[in-house]
Design a protein around this ligand. Sequence first.
Ligand code: 1SD
Ligand code: ZN
Length: 258
Amino acid sequence: RGQHFDYKKSDEWPNEYPICAGDRQSPVNIELHHVRSMEPGRPPLGRFGYDKKPTRMKIVNNGHTVQLSGEWPAKDTPTIYGGPLTGLYELAQIHFHWGPDNTAGSEHTVANQSFPLEMHLVHWKKSYENISEAMLHDDGLAVIGYLMSVDKNPNTGLERMRASFNKILRPQQTTEIEPFPLTLFDLDLLKEGYVTYVGSLTTPPCNESAIWLLSVRIKDVTMDEMDSFRKLRMENHNEHNYRRVQPLNGRSITYYYD
Ligand code: 1SD
Ligand code: ZN
């Protein structure tokens, strides 16, 4: 289980995974003057479950990223709806993208500027059977992304995670962590607005099944937190795990606010 691919050879991904050369790929560069405003009258983005403590929580070094997942009683599973989405989207996992120094790391860029860290919260549409099935549909996933830049304010969620990073320094290592509600990441979610566009997974097989919602508010990450991510060994000696930005091909990027 799990795909094998090398970030140093991302131009070759289409040889094995043809969709990676498709025309609605992610990530993309966001040019603020190209962003258009939403049509009025959209239901605001809503969520529930983010404040509920899971019964179990674990982090895994899957060789491409560190991935956090939890188990909640069904009614408490973090879920989003509204905004550009139709139907309910349930959280599957949270993971991160970074680079060897602060000049790069994020997947999405703003006015061609990169950020050191990007956090992805991957949700799948509950009207599909499961996440694998959802990935086969053009509205199957909703991924919330946060760009983060270095500042002095520690993030409680990141601190809780990185306290156990020494147990997952190598690919395929997993450890349970003390469960905490996702509100500890201080995701006072997208209240200041977000941009949304239709795109893809940023990793092979690059399925064109994701609706992206990117916070316009940049979050903080400390230098110590960045160092912890950079100590995690990835597959193929990869020192970064972000994909280069992909052509928009006429897609529009829309600004949403509640
Ligand atoms: O890179 C992740 C990949 O690990 C997997 O989580 C996939 C969804 O199953 O999503 C991509 S991403 O597009 O969220 N980067
Ligand atoms: Zn990602």
